[in-house]
Design a protein around this ligand. Structure first.
Ligand SMILES: [Zn+2]
Length: 271
């Protein structure tokens, strides 16, 4: 087991792109044959923009990963406590609690990304997509990817997160983020059961509504329980999934959806 974990850690830097490409390909095929929404495919060129942002964010992360990790490790060491990793809990519960804590951190950071103007400037690029499919999952401004990775690692280091929990969560989120953005038809009775344990595409699509009340709900990343606990859960969009409008209300007419426009969006005026 330890050898397997070490092997995953050694190859995660490039392996994540291979795994994500496979998941993306399978989900794109599924979307083609069983689409959830047939109306409104979004603006022309959006898929190209989403994939270019993914590529640029990957390059930037490759460049800054080492200094970010070093800073997080230094912060963890400076606190002079071993946190969860050093607790007397047995191995499996410790790892599970770690995974849940990382997901709770993701929920809080996502809420902060909507509430704090500096973070929202970057996060709005993700919400500017006028459709919702598997490529939306990689539509993030490169600066947001770096900022959230740094904040997540710092918080994990401060809490003494076991490395195995971080690694397990990274793989889980990689697959899940593609799934929960997919435009795939999941029978309603399956969706009801699934969303008891994970965020489903129908649940997360509500968060991409242009309506403020719906956009400010369903912040959970992998596990849906945080939204229930914090009172931010919204079961379905008011207009239904087929007719709901996706994107940013103030931005939906300002097109075309170009790559440079997406890159410069955080530096423009907020409405
Ligand atoms: Zn959001």
């Amino acid at each position: 087991m330890a050898q397997f974990i070490q092997a995953v850690m050694d190859h995660f830097e490039w392996g994540q792109y291979v795994l994500f490409s496979v998941v993306l390909g399978i989900l794109a095929l599924t979307e083609h044959f069983w689409p959830r929404r047939t109306a409104g495919k979004g603006h022309k060129g959006r898929i190209r923009v989403n994939l270019l942002l993914y590529g640029l964010a990957g390059l930037l992360m490759w460049w800054v990963a080492e200094p970010v990790q070093t800073a997080a490790v230094r912060l963890g060491a400076s606190l002079e406590w071993s946190g969860l990793a050093g607790s007397a809990l047995p191995g499996v519960p410790k790892i599970v609690i770690g995974v849940l804590l990382v997901d709770a951190i993701q929920y809080l950071l996502h809420r902060a990304s909507h509430a704090i103007p500096l973070l929202w400037r970057m996060h709005q690029v993700h919400h500017a997509d006028t459709a919702f499919d598997v490529t939306t999952s990689v539509r993030h401004h490169p600066l947001e990817v770096v900022a959230l990775a740094a904040l997540t690692l710092m918080l994990c280091a401060a809490l003494g997160m076991p490395l195995v929990s971080l690694l397990f969560y990274a793989v889980l989120q990689l697959v899940h983020t593609a799934f929960c953005h997919a435009n795939v038809e999941i029978p309603l009775h399956w969706d009801r059961r699934l969303r008891r344990v994970m965020v489903t595409p129908d649940m997360h699509r509500v968060h991409h509504s242009e309506r403020m009340d719906e956009g400010n709900s369903n912040f959970a990343m992998v596990f849906p329980w945080w939204d229930h606990l914090m009172g931010t859960y919204c079961a379905q969009p008011a207009l239904g999934h087929e007719d709901m409008v996706l994107g940013l209300a103030h931005d939906n007419d300002a097109r075309p959806d170009g790559f440079l426009r997406a890159l410069s969006q955080p530096f423009g005026k907020l409405p």
